[in-house]
Design a protein around this ligand. Structure first.
Ligand code: SF4
Length: 331
């Protein structure tokens, strides 16, 4: 049987996961397992670059996130689930790649300045945050990832990682494949107040929420701002509730909702409550499974211990090649 291509992806454990994370990444992670050999990483060192002033909750968020991943269909018997800081080779390769990466490449990353402003209170004017893409390159290259799941907006970011890869390969030896983008669909789901869905805004629907909280959040959702009264025709394409229906309801029902909304024969309260019921129907099994898993902490410990061992074995073999390339065959 042909060797399956390898994929690497990770998440920063900076808080609880919400339905936006599910549709933006987790659903896809579960599906990718059919096609790829998958390495899924708790990116705790990445979390540290911005959370270094208050890192105490990172380990617990990591464990809870792993429970979410598994509940959402990531299967530890098929995929390697591991913690970045349990594999010290990430730091070693990061340092070597730092040598081949000009500072200007990092300063030109479009999201760097944006995030510096957004996260100003977290002290991200540090060296580690500037080097974030180099650590990402190390994460991928350590496992010789063939592909990386990315949304359209992240392709440029991956191009920087590919440039770092080319520079290493041409300077020392062609150790690494150039990781290719695996484009993923990331539906545009906003928070209940129409801002980006985020725990810090209190506008998210979390996989850890109980049903009453989830229902309350759905009921509080802002709908079409141009439809102040039920008798006004609605604009479903501008309504976040309608976006949720697009992900949850059968196609024919979505078409009916669109028609009735525009005709002002469907009210927002009914529309939201139907969506809320479908949301719970979809997420109830995931919510229950993550709760059950977290009640068996040893199981999560064992999964991570096995994943860390598998990741370390691959990382150790890659680093042996890297040291050979850098110290013995450098031009
Ligand atoms: S009826 Fe539904 S789709 Fe239309 S504006 Fe209200 S919540 Fe949105």
């Amino acid at each position: 049987m042909a060797k399956r291509k390898r994929i690497l992806s990770g998440m920063r454990p900076t808080g609880p996961m919400h339905v936006g994370h599910y549709w933006g990444a987790l659903e896809n992670w579960a599906a990718l397992q059919d096609e790829f050999e998958c390495f899924y990483m708790v990116a705790d060192w990445h979390a540290l670059t911005s959370e270094w002033k208050a890192p105490g909750r990172i380990p617990q968020f990591g464990r809870e996130n792993v429970a979410d991943w598994i509940a959402a269909g990531v299967d530890p018997s098929r995929s390697v689930i591991f913690v970045q800081s349990a594999v010290p080779q990430h730091a070693e390769l990061h340092l070597i790649l730092s040598c081949v990466t000009p500072i200007g490449w990092l300063e030109r990353v479009p999201t760097y300045k944006e995030q510096m402003n957004e996260l100003a209170d977290k002290g991200v004017d540090n060296y580690a945050f500037l080097g974030y893409p180099v650590l990402q390159a190390a994460d991928i290259l350590l496992y010789k990832g063939d592909c990386v799941p990315v949304g359209e907006d992240q392709v440029a970011h991956l191009e920087l990682i590919r440039e770092i890869t080319r520079r290493f390969n041409s300077t020392f030896a062609p150790v690494f494949p150039e990781p290719q983008p695996r484009l993923t669909r990331t539906p545009r789901i906003l928070g209940t107040d129409r801002r980006k869905m985020s725990k810090s805004y209190g506008n998210d629907i979390q996989l850890s929420h109980d049903e009453a909280t989830a229902k309350k959040r759905v009921a509080s959702m802002i709908t079409d701002p141009k439809r102040p009264r039920k008798t006004d025709p609605g604009h479903p394409d501008e309504c976040n509730v309608f976006s949720f229906h697009g992900l949850l309801s059968p196609r024919e029902r979505v078409a009916e909702i669109e028609r009735d909304c525009r005709a002002a024969t469907l009210g927002c309260t009914d529309c939201k409550s139907e969506m809320g019921a479908r949301l719970l129907e979809r997420f109830r099994p995931i919510m229950e499974k993550r709760r059950a898993l977290l009640a068996r902490p040893k199981e999560i410990d064992d999964i991570l211990a096995a994943g860390n061992d598998r990741a370390r074995a691959v990382a150790a073999a890659t680093m042996a090649e890297v040291r050979e390339a850098v110290f013995k065959t450098a031009k």
